[in-house]
Structures are given as structure tokens and as C-alpha cells.
Design a protein around this ligand. Structure first.
Ligand code: NAD
Ligand code: MG
Length: 394
């Protein structure tokens, strides 16, 4: 079997580490071609020692020198590069067979686009890139023949439940709706009053999943589900009204596809990202992921309920942005990134997050998306407007 060379962008993060765990289980199938990390250089060094990639990419030159010296002292010839151009370069490298796009936030957009334009098999965890520039990424994939395989557990589940020819259009293949499940996050049962004083620690303590800080806060505010709604629209050619959010606190049913004949197909599994990662890595084959068998009898019951739009306004903001189209989703995403960071730094309370996003969407008109530059301009202006809101507050 030909060894598949994988570039893991965001190797030091939660998805990156899970990806390398799956890769390490199949040394006959996969090897690391490039590993990238922005901080936690000690972790990146250990990963390089374990996986011996051809390239490592870090943020700055000083980090690069230190890491390269450390690796060469250990007998490794890994070349260490730095900066966003190097990220895009390894993502598009002719010797890489697949790219795991697992950088968090807008910072992942250029490298994801580079992998797509180069026609790679792209394992897409970085949902923010699709939210910001879905039209451009989908168009580029069509042009280059890149294969976009969703890593988000819900979208991976939907992909598994879709017919192979879904790209023809959902109504043509008999799909009525997509049912996107949500755990509801750590604050599902909180009152509006209690939400005002929650801490970053509480927000990051997700009941079912262990994830990076940003997506943990997004899950707590339900903006994660809003971003995922937009992501589902791009990946599966759905209209926003064809995607329904269902709160399912056990996180066992990862999402469902509802067909016109009344059949509903679901994908189930333990909440462990190694399942969608292994699925996408091996697709259309199957490999072991390290995730144990689902014990339904031990779980006992599966519950479903409607999300609370008043307690979690981010969901409505995301749906409105999806319906508005153009740069609205890039504005939503950028303002959310600024708001989440301010919450994590204790500059604002949790309930300020939707207020900041709503403000950014209200003061900046959405425009048609023509190119990446336009998306980046919209992102920049939204960040400035969100920052101005924060400055006015303090
Ligand atoms: P994380 O914070 O654990 O890791 C983020 C990675 O991105 C790290 O390797 C970090 O070094 C790198 N990074 C951060 N800022 C960067 C920058 N400016 N330039 C280059 N690299 C940078 O995040 P995560 O939980 O692994 O999530 C990664 C992506 O996957 C996110 O888009 C998230 O929404 C998505 N995702 C995560 C999960 C999960 O279970 N963790 C599930 C579904 C989707
Ligand atoms: Mg998800």
C-alpha cells in the first residue's frame, strides 16, 4: 500500500493531536509530511520527534531556529519554516497527499484555500474558513478537483448519511432536511440571570467533548452550532431553512439526514473526534481509530429537545447571516472571534458575546463576495468595529 503523506496544520491543537494519534495507529498507511504549530513549541518538538516530518512550520523565525536546533541535535533533518506563507506552501506541496486543516479561526483560511486550490484531499476541521469564504472555497474545490472531507463530527455524520450523488442538489436526491445535533453545551440548563456571571473556566468545561478554548466557548454560546449551520449549507448545498438544529445532550447521534420518503438516517458513535478523523483519512475505506464500541445499553436513552433562541441568541444571528449571504458570515465570524477572546481575557461577560456580534453586523453592510481580498477586508473591518465596541465599554 502506498504511504499517504499527511500535512497536519494545527498539529499541537486538540484535532491535530487526535489526528496524529490515528496516524500513529497505521504506520503502514500514513505518515506525517508537515506538522505546524503556533505556540506550545515543546509539544511541537515532541510531535516532530515522534513522527519525523519532512517540514515543521511555526509562527516566527526565532521559534524556527530554536526548534530546528533542537531537532537536529536529536538527529532529525526536519526543515523548520515560519509564517503564514510557509503554512500555505506546505499545504499545497506536491509531495503531500492530504491536508488536515485544523488551525483555529480565520488564521486557517489561507492555508485551507492553498490546499484546496492545489487539488488536495482536504480534511476540513477549520469550519471558520468555510463560514468566511464558503463560496470561494467550494468554487476552488470544483475547479481543482480537491476533495473536501468534513471533520466536524456533525458534518462527517451527515456526509456518511448522504447519498453519493448529493452534489446534484438535495431535492434531486430526495433529501428533505438535515438535522444538525447540538449537545447544548455546559449552560443548557442555566437561567438568563446565571449566564451573566459564568466564567471562562465554566465555558471551557464541555460536558461531552474535550476541545480547544475557542470552540469550547462557541459551544457554550451555541455559536458553534450557528457556524456549523453555515458550514452545512456550503458543504451540502443546503438552504439555511433546510437545516434544523436539534439539541441532543448525550452527543451520541452526531447528526441525521431526513429523506422525502420518511426515512431518517443517522450516524452514531462515542463522542471522540478520532472517529470522524479516521473516517475521512481512510475514506472510502475504514480503519480503526482507537475509539471503543458504542454501548447503547449503558447509555440507556437518547434525548432530543429544541434549542432556546432567547438564551442563546448566537444561533439566530448565525441563521440571519446565512440567509443574508455575501460577507455577512465573515462579519459574524470575525466579531465572534474578537468577542470570544475578550470573554476569555475577562474583559467582558459571557452575555456580551452576542451583543458584540449583533453590533458588528448592524454597523457594517454585507457585500457580495468576489474574492478573498474582499473577505479579508470585511473581516478586518468587523474586528475593528467589535474592538471599538469593547473600547467604548471600558
Ligand atoms: P486548538 O486551539 O486546540 O488548536 C488550534 C491549533 O491552531 C493549534 O495547533 C495552534 O497552534 C494553531 N493556531 C492557532 N492560532 C494560529 C495562527 N494564528 N496561525 C497558525 N496556527 C495557529 O483548536 P481545536 O479544538 O483543535 O480546533 C481546531 C479547529 O477544528 C477549529 O476550527 C475548530 O472549530 C475545529 N473543530 C474542533 C473540534 C474539536 O473537538 N476540538 C471539533 C470540530 C471542529
Ligand atoms: Mg461539531
Amino acid at each position: 500500500m502506498k504511504l499517504s503523506r499527511i500535512s497536519v496544520l494545527g498539529a499541537t491543537g486538540s484535532i491535530g493531536l487526535s489526528t496524529l494519534d490515528v496516524i500513529a495507529r497505521h504506520p503502514d498507511r500514513y505518515c506525517a509530511f508537515a506538522l505546524t504549530g503556533h505556540s506550545r513549541m515543546d509539544v511541537l518538538a515532541e510531535l516532530c520527534l515522534a513522527h519525523r516530518p519532512v517540514y515543521a512550520v511555526v509562527a516566527e523565525q526565532t521559534q524556527a531556529h530554536l526548534l530546528e536546533a533542537k531537532l537536529s541535535a536529536a538527529g532529525l533533518s526536519t526543515q523548520v519554516l515560519h509564517g503564514p506563507e510557509a503554512l500555505a506552501w506546505v499545504a499545497a506541496h506536491e509531495q503531500t497527499d492530504a491536508v488536515m486543516a485544523a488551525i483555529v479561526g480565520a488564521a486557517g483560511l489561507y492555508s485551507t484555500m492553498a490546499a484546496v486550490q492545489a487539488g488536495k484531499k482536504v480534511l476540513l476541521a477549520n469550519k471558520e474558513s468555510l463560514v468566511m469564504a464558503g463560496a470561494l472555497l467550494m468554487e476552488a474545490a470544483k475547479k481543482s478537483g480537491a476533495q473536501l472531507l468534513p471533520i466536524d463530527s456533525e458534518h462527517n455524520a451527515i456526509f456518511q448519511c448522504m447519498p453519493g450523488d448529493y452534489a446534484q442538489g438535495l431535492s434531486r436526491v430526495g433529501v428533505r432536511r438535515i438535522l444538525l445535533t447540538a449537545s447544548g453545551g455546559p449552560f443548557r440548563r442555566f437561567s438568563a440571570e446565571e449566564l451573566k456571571s459564568v466564567t471562562p473556566e465554566q465555558a471551557c468545561a464541555h460536558p461531552n467533548w474535550s476541545m480547544g478554548q475557542k470552540i469550547s466557548v462557541d459551544s457554550a454560546s451555541m455559536m458553534n452550532k450557528g457556524l456549523e449551520l453555515i458550514e452545512a449549507c456550503w458543504l451540502f448545498g443546503a438552504r439555511p431553512d433546510q437545516v434544523e438544529i436539534v439539541v441532543h445532550p448525550q452527543s451520541v447521534v452526531h447528526s441525521l439526514v431526513d429523506y422525502v420518503d420518511g426515512s431518517v438516517l443517522a450516524q452514531l458513535g462515542n463522542p471522540d473526534m478520532r472517529t470522524p478523523i479516521a473516517h475521512a483519512l481512510a475514506w472510502p475505506e475504514r480503519v480503526e481509530s482507537g475509539v471503543g464500541a458504542l454501548e447503547l445499553l449503558a447509555i440507556g436513552r437518547l434525548d432530543f429537545e429544541a434549542p432556546d433562541p432567547i438564551l442563546f441568541p448566537c444561533l439566530g444571528l448565525a441563521r440571519a447571516a446565512a440567509e443574508a449571504g455575501g460577507t455577512a458570515c465573515a462579519i459574524l465570524n470575525a466579531a465572534n472571534e474578537v468577542a470570544v477572546e475578550a470573554f476569555l481575557n475577562r474583559r467582558v461577560g459571557f452575555t456580551a458575546i452576542p451583543v458584540i456580534i449583533e453590533h458588528a453586523l448592524a454597523v457594517q453592510a454585507a457585500e457580495q463576495v468576489g474574492d478573498l481580498e474582499q473577505v479579508m477586508q470585511a473581516d478586518k473591518l468587523a474586528r475593528r468595529n467589535a474592538a471599538a465596541w469593547l473600547a467604548n465599554k471600558s
